[in-house]
Design a protein around this ligand. Structure first.
Ligand code: E4P
Length: 215
C-alpha cells in the first residue's frame, strides 16, 4: 500500500517527504483554508517538493464549472489530480475529464455504490472517508473491504485511497483490506514511527555502549 500525506502544510510536506515514505499528497478546501494562502500558490509549492500525484479539489457544484476548474488546476503541474465531489454533476465531470486525459480523485465517497459509479465514470482514484463514517458510528473500514472486493473482482483500474484516516490502526487495517493507498495526516505518520520498545532499545544500547566505547 502506498502512503500519501493528507495536508496542505508545506513544512509538514517537506519533513514527511524527506523520510522517503510518502509518494503523493492530498488536500481539500478545509486543509487549504488552514494555511491561509493562495490556493494555486500552495499547490504549485507542493508540486515543487513532491514528485507524485497531488490532489487539489474543485469547488464548483456543476459539471461545467468543475471541468473549467479542473483544467486550470491540471495546467499548474502534470502531477495534479483534480478532486471531484461524488455527485451526479461530479460523475459527469469525471467522465469528461477522464476522456480529456485529466486525472481525477472522486472524493467524499461513503458507499460502495458511489465508489463503483466513480470507477465506471473513469476516476483515477476514489477516496472513501473512513474516519467520518466511524464518527457517525458506522464501520468505515468495512467500506474499504467492500470496495476492494468489488474493484478486485471486476479488475477496475481505479485506485482506492483510504481517506479520513485518524490513527495508526486505520492505516494497518486499510493495508490489510488491500487499499492501494492511505492518505494520512502528518500527526498519524509520526505516530506510526513511534514504538516505546524502539525508544527503550536505543536507550539501553547507548547506555551499554558508554561502558565499552573507550576500551
Ligand atoms: C482526503 O482526501 C481528505 O482530505 C481527508 O482525508 C479528510 O479527512 P477528515 O475527515 O479528517 O477531514
Amino acid at each position: 500500500m502506498k502512503l500519501f500525506l493528507d495536508t496542505a502544510n508545506i513544512d509538514e510536506i517537506r519533513k514527511a517527504y524527506a523520510l522517503g515514505v510518502i509518494c503523493g499528497v492530498t488536500t481539500n478546501p478545509s486543509l487549504i483554508a488552514k494555511e491561509g494562502r493562495n490556493f494555486a500558490e500552495v499547490v504549485r509549492t507542493i508540486a515543487s517538493i513532491v514528485d507524485g500525484p497531488i490532489s487539489a479539489e474543485a469547488v464548483s457544484l456543476d459539471a461545467p464549472g468543475m471541468i473549467d476548474e479542473a483544467k486550470a488546476l491540471a495546467a499548474i503541474h502534470p502531477n495534479i489530480v483534480v478532486k471531484i465531489p461524488m455527485t451526479a454533476e461530479g460523475l459527469q465531470a469525471t467522465n469528461s475529464l477522464s476522456n480529456a486525459g485529466i486525472r481525477t480523485n472522486v472524493t467524499l465517497v461513503f458507499s460502495a455504490n458511489q465508489a463503483l459509479l466513480a470507477a465506471r465514470a473513469g476516476a483515477s482514484y476514489v477516496s472513501p472517508f473512513v474516519g467520518r463514517l466511524d464518527d457517525i458510528s458506522l464501520d468505515g473500514m468495512e467500506l474499504i473491504y467492500d470496495i476492494m472486493e468489488i474493484f478486485n473482482r471486476y479488475q477496475l483500474p481505479t485506485e482506492v485511497i483510504a481517506a479520513s484516516i485518524r490513527h495508526p490502526i486505520h492505516v494497518i487495517t486499510a493495508a490489510k483490506a488491500g487499499a492501494h493507498i492511505a492518505t494520512i495526516p502528518y500527526r498519524v505518520l509520526m505516530q506510526m514511527i513511534q514504538h516505546p520498545l524502539t525508544d527503550a532499545g536505543i536507550k539501553k544500547f547507548l547506555e551499554d555502549w558508554e561502558t565499552v566505547k573507550n576500551k
